[in-house]
Design a protein around this ligand. Structure first.
Ligand code: CTP
Length: 446
């Protein structure tokens, strides 16, 4: 019996898939179809698959062409499968010509003609795209425009900013914030990355108009306003998501999981540092409004609140202002004391430090080298260094891409799938509020 094997995602099954499967079957007597798992697709950068693994398997099964269906879960699995199932022929469509020649030492490799004029990518784009507007002046907005191009079903239609001088995306319409109201009428969802003092007003208006909101953390400058916004989102059946791209990095999620599984024993201390030395006044006209704690605080708080929760018993904020009006903090240190742990964060735009993350536990510690917020690598270290482990995970688009996919998927399903729960958004707004109200705050001169 001649065994044939083929692989694919088979998202939104189309006649190109049917042809390739029929032709594959004709090559032998028994056809095995490997369908990629959701995780494997994510790891190889295919983030927009519309159907779940179960739905895709079901659709291929219903065709009745495959004799056996298996799941492809890891890089290098093809060789294992060929040996395991005694495969004679490996085949895929001609879009892959040459890519699988390395399998020739294990079995025959045949590339079948690809059906012209149809693909899952096309089918996905035919589904109605979400009209996505960007609001604000933050310097990294260009990255969001670029990353959105990798997200199917989401189309950036315009930017609304106080000043449009910073942008050169000529294909995208640019309007000033005076037209914010009209701008909202033209979109389904917005990403708000304006100066934090405008978040409340801008998000409220968007939610009242039934628009979904992804907002650069902090969502609001007080706990009360943050709660009001989440309530408003609920009333209007809208998704409100706090944006911290690091939360969507695979390596970061993995280290959280390992810490929570007890890999380093009980977590006793979390130390996170995020700094970027900038000439605030020159950096951009509005740079002064993005204080160190606004810009870096939410990212630095992310591992602290995600590992230890938000119920700390005591907090101290120590800050050094850059200006006489005590508006801009060049450096801020926040220490949290929990019942059974401590945490410390350092953020600065006027002070430079090593941007590392250290999670200390009773059995060992996790070390993430700088810049930890763009994590693709971390280590678990023990007293006996021969037991140390290193982890590496590809980081796609600094986490922004996956964050946008999660936002689009939340809107599609009507369920908030955010990696940052509203409790955490409230806790972040709470720290920012105490900082602004100078509660638990000491000032140092530098
Ligand atoms: N295939 C084909 N003809 C097409 C589309 C796909 O022969 N028009 C084949 C591929 O070559 C592959 C199999 O179908 O052997 C599964 O491909 P998959 O990547 O799932 O489908 P695509 O439509 O190419 O998906 P995407 O657009 O996401 O790349």
């Amino acid at each position: 019996m001649k065994k044939v094997i083929t692989y694919g995602t088979f998202d939104l099954l189309h006649f190109g898939h049917v042809n390739v499967l029929q032709n594959a079957k004709k090559l032998g007597d028994y056809l095995i179809v490997g369908i990629t798992s959701d995780d494997f697709d994510k790891r190889r950068g295919k983030l927009n698959v519309k159907q779940s693994l179960a739905e895709r398997i079901d659709a291929v099964k219903k065709l009745g062409i495959a004799d056996e269906i298996i799941v492809e879960e890891y890089e290098g699995q093809k060789i294992d499968d060929i040996k395991k199932y005694g495969v004679d022929i490996f085949t895929v469509g001609s879009d892959w010509v040459g890519k699988f020649d390395y399998l020739m030492e294990f079995c025959d490799v045949t590339y079948l003609p690809r059906t012209e004029g149809v693909s899952s990518t096309q089918e996905r784009s035919a589904l109605r795209s979400l009209r996505f507007g960007i609001v604000g002046e933050a310097s990294y907005l260009g990255k969001y425009v670029a990353e959105s191009k990798h997200v199917n079903g989401l189309e950036v239609v315009g930017i609304c900013a106080k000043s449009t001088a910073n942008f050169s995306q000529d294909i995208i319409s640019l309007v000033t914030d005076k037209k914010y109201n009209d701008f909202l009428d033209d979109v389904d969802a917005v990403y708000v990355a304006s100066q934090p003092k405008y978040h409340f007003e801008q998000i409220s208006l968007a939610l009242k108009k039934g628009k979904h909101v992804l907002c650069q953390s902090p969502v609001a400058l007080t706990k009360h306003e943050c709660q009001q916004l989440f309530d408003l989102a609920k009333q209007n059946n809208c998704i409100l998501m706090d944006a911290i791209k690091t939360a969507y990095s695979v390596a970061y999620s993995r280290l959280l999981l390992l810490a929570k599984m007890g890999e380093i024993g009980d977590v006793v201390s979390v130390d996170s540092t995020c700094t970027s030395l900038v000439d605030v006044k020159k950096d951009n006209d509005y740079g002064f409004e993005w204080k160190s704690l606004y810009d870096w605080g939410p990212t630095a708080m992310l591992p602290i609140f995600q590992l230890l929760g938000d119920e700390y018993v005591h907090k101290n904020i120590t800050t050094a202002y850059l200006d006489q009006d005590k508006n801009f903090d060049a450096f801020t240190n926040v220490s949290f004391i929990y019942k059974n742990a401590v945490a410390n964060l350092k953020v600065g735009k006027g002070v430079k430090s090593e941007g590392e993350l250290i999670v200390s536990g009773t059995k060992g510690y996790i070390y993430v080298p700088a810049p930890w917020w763009k994590t693709d690598y971390f280590e678990i270290r023990y007293e006996d260094s021969s037991k140390n482990k290193r982890f590496f995970y590809q980081l796609e688009g600094e986490g922004i891409r996956h964050q946008l996919v999660t936002f689009a998927k939340s809107i599609e399903l009507g369920i908030n799938l955010s990696y940052i729960n509203p409790h955490m958004s409230l806790a972040i707004s709470g720290v920012v509020q105490d900082f602004n109200e100078k509660k638990d705050l000491f000032v140092i001169e530098i």
